[in-house]
Design a protein around this ligand. Sequence first.
Ligand SMILES: [Zn+2]
Length: 132
Amino acid sequence: MRSESFTPAFVEYIPRAPEPHTLYISESFAITAHLCACGCGTKVFLPLSPAEWRIEDREAGVTLRPSVGNWDFPCRSHYFITRGRVEWARAWDRERVETARRSDERDLESYFRSRERVGFWRRLWRRLSQRP
Ligand SMILES: [Zn+2]
């Protein structure tokens, strides 16, 4: 099911079975997680830091910046979460994705740090979901 809105949930650990429409925010681990807004069921982990993603939680709703670009997933969806609402953006073409990647890599240190953190959560999630 496609999500048109997200509510923030401040947690320590990202839950094993995340709910749709929920943007999980773990300040202790500086990471957010949500189910892809397109409804494909992919868990999207985004690291929080000034060089990565930022969260603004206001009464009007939660805002996540920059946009969520799920290029590595089959759905390739691209959207913004603004004041709790999903704003769909156009899927980027390959060239645009590469340009964005290159500019991300400019800050190499934070780039690799974020990859490690996201890798850790993906591995943990996989391990937990394999349990009987
Ligand atoms: Zn998706």
